[in-house]
Design a protein around this ligand. Structure first.
Ligand code: PAF
Length: 280
């Protein structure tokens, strides 16, 4: 496994290893969710590249950039076991050298939900992902459904800027009690950890109602909010029942809906979602 820091080394290895490439962009501190993306990339491509970079431009001024968990050695040993060909773990100056001034803004779908709660977040995500696509030139790029709006933003950017690659979205990986895996789960104390499956419970309650014929968006939001409100450690930031492609809040959710939420539990800000589509 090649482990490199510079753009030029990535480009050299990319040129030398002919055949198809899958890219898994990450911020490190890998968990089973990331590893499921790597395994899928391993099956579908001749070569697999992984980036490990805690991208400062997607963090707001009062967010957890400095405390975001990091463990490069552990990440590398996990990736070695999965036969990854190339890992790029650059320092910040390699990605954003002095004088850097070009950003990618995906307009409408970046505005609601996470975009409203975290101004500038998706500009940072779109910019780093566009750079990763240009540097690795992958045939396929792998993302988790856990970050549903990120997937919508990246798909839109790929369409709008004609990136010649396939975006592959893999299912959210959950702990046995339903909590979606996230590097940020380490922020939870044992008591908070015990409360955290409430997000999944709220999503399941709304999903069950939708399956039973409740297609009013406002009712679905109300169901999620009432489950979350019953957990004293959870502070709800938003709940949403939105159009899966435009992310506009729905009145009528009968033709499919993306249920999503952001909830603070202690220091952790947790997000989760479920995509419901009518049977063909
Ligand atoms: O999903 C993430 O971990 C990040 O947002 C990504 C896609 C690696 C960009 O920094």
């Amino acid at each position: 496994m090649h482990v490199v820091q510079t753009v030029s080394e990535v480009r050299r290895i990319r040129r030398e290893l002919t055949g198809s490439w899958g890219l898994v962009p990450t911020m490190g501190y890998l968990h089973e969710g990331h590893l499921s993306l790597v395994r899928r990339a391993r099956v579908e491509n001749d070569h697999v590249g992984v980036s490990i970079f805690v991208n400062p431009t997607q963090f707001g001024p009062n967010e957890d950039l400095d405390t975001y968990p990091r463990d490069l050695e552990r990440d590398l040993s996990l990736l070695r076991e999965l036969n990854v060909d190339l890992v790029w773990a650059p320092p910040v100056e390699e990605v954003y050298p002095p004088g850097f001034q070009t950003y990618v803004t995906v307009e409408e779908v970046s505005k609601p939900l996470e975009g409203a709660a975290r101004p500038g977040h998706f500009r940072g995500v779109a910019t780093i992902v566009a750079k990763l696509f240009n540097i690795f030139q992958p045939d396929r790029a792998y993302f988790g459904q856990k970050d549903a709006q990120q997937v919508v933003v990246i798909r839109q950017m790929v369409r709008d800027l004609n990136f010649p690659l396939e975006v592959v979205v893999c299912p959210t990986v959950r702990e046995p009690d339903g909590l979606a895996m996230s590097s940020r789960n380490v922020y939870l104390t044992p008591e908070q950890r015990a409360a955290a499956p409430v997000l999944y419970k709220a999503l399941c309650a709304a999903r069950d109602a939708w399956k039973a014929g409740e297609h009013d968006g406002e009712q679905l939001r109300r169901i999620m909010r009432s489950v979350l409100d019953a957990e004293p450690l959870a502070q709800t930031e938003y709940v949403s029942a939105a159009d899966p492609t435009t992310l506009v809040e729905l009145g009528d959710a009968s033709r499919g809906v993306l249920l999503s939420m952001a909830v603070r539990i202690g220091k952790a800000r947790l997000i989760d979602n479920m995509l419901l589509l009518p049977k063909e």
